[in-house]
Design a protein around this ligand. Sequence first.
Ligand SMILES: [Cu+2]
Length: 479
Amino acid sequence: MVSTSTTGAPAEAPPPTSPPSDDHDDRAEGMAFGWAAFFVALLALIVAIVAVGLTFSLSNDDDSSGPTYSGPPKVVSVSLTEMAIAPKSLEVAAGQPLRITVTNDGAAAHDLWLPNGDHTDMLEPGETATLESDGLDESGEAYCNGPGHRAAGMVMAVTVTGGGSGEPDGGSGGEPADDAATIDFAAKADEAFEPYDPTAPPTPGATEHRITLAMTEEQIEIGPGVTQKLWTFGGTVPGTPLRGKVGDTFVVTIVNEGTIEHSIDFHASKVAWNDEMRSIAPGESLEYTFVAKHAGVYMYHCGTAPALHHIGNGMFGAIIIDPPNLPAVDHEYLLVQSEYYVGPEGAEGDLTKMQNDAWDAVVMNGYVNQYRDRPIRVEPDERVRVWVLDAGPSENSAFHIVGTIFDTTWKEGSYLLQPDDQQGGSQVLDLQPAQGGFVEFSFDEAGLYPIVTHKFSNVGKGVLGLFQAGEVDGAGGGH
Ligand SMILES: [Cu+2]
């Protein structure tokens, strides 16, 4: 498995526009001196302004000692749910102490932050805490600091009366962040980029599989120059691919190495939801044992509320359970389609966009157009099987390969088409979110064969890949 994890921005310094020369150096020194003088002057100005401001505020304090309040505290009850705070607004006198009973009535962890920074701990579902504050000087917004929760609508407008000015800026709830990173779909990954290995894991000979999946938070590049803080199973998006046969036992230990609760839900299993699929806190682990009773390419994902956010921010993967008598082929690949809902650079995906089906990108195996720039290499007439999973969270897939026809399609546990005297062909494997299957085919001629979803509005959003059959002039070649 190749990780696309990075710890910082890609190292691509812009090339110098002209070679350095003595002339340049002299001018640079002169300019440097000029700038230094300028900054000294600027610093002096800033010091002067601060001094004046300080004097003014001190004398101001002498005139009026600021908002004082001598009455009883304001006592309020606040309820936190997905994704709202009730009541929606709160009015309090300037300087009046606050005693807020905060109850988490939701299914995920939440907290409450006041505009002055006073806040509760992160509260588990059903938990109640009392938030005491000495009071506020200015209006503002109270909010939940859970990842993406404020932008998704967990806000409460706080109006402070009789004191400092300032209107509550409560309009931000429910609006997507406008500082989201932008993906350039024409950009190419730099030389050092290592694509997610599209090769399907081989079928293991053993019948019991012991696997540990760390649930982590990673800075991961999702397209050239755009990095998001994704939540993962095993450090990659998609998560570690797993494989076995019908009848095999999987003993999976999940370890929560993140900072918020997570869980795992294997669609390949038949187990009680309230036991194996329960959420675990940071630092905890859980053993999830199941027997694979039915064949398929199944999704696994985090189910912790809001599951939309956990899946949309990277917590999904594929597990292949081979049907009996699966024929051998020359190459087997695994392509997982999913969407990105891009937040600010280096931050989590935007939950509000997820709630509105407003994806920025649709990708195969977690990276924008990665097999367009690193084609998947086979030979003409070789038999190829591609397992396809649509991880969503919300968009479908019309999986198609330009220039070939599938002679075999298998979807959700059953063959739809196999070679017979009807000589039928299939052009698309259609998958709704969390559906999977495989297709088999070969390429008749050497050349390039684009991989797409035939929902063409998504083709320009990062889903494009290429198979390269044989030698092609000018093609990079990949796997
Ligand atoms: Cu999770």
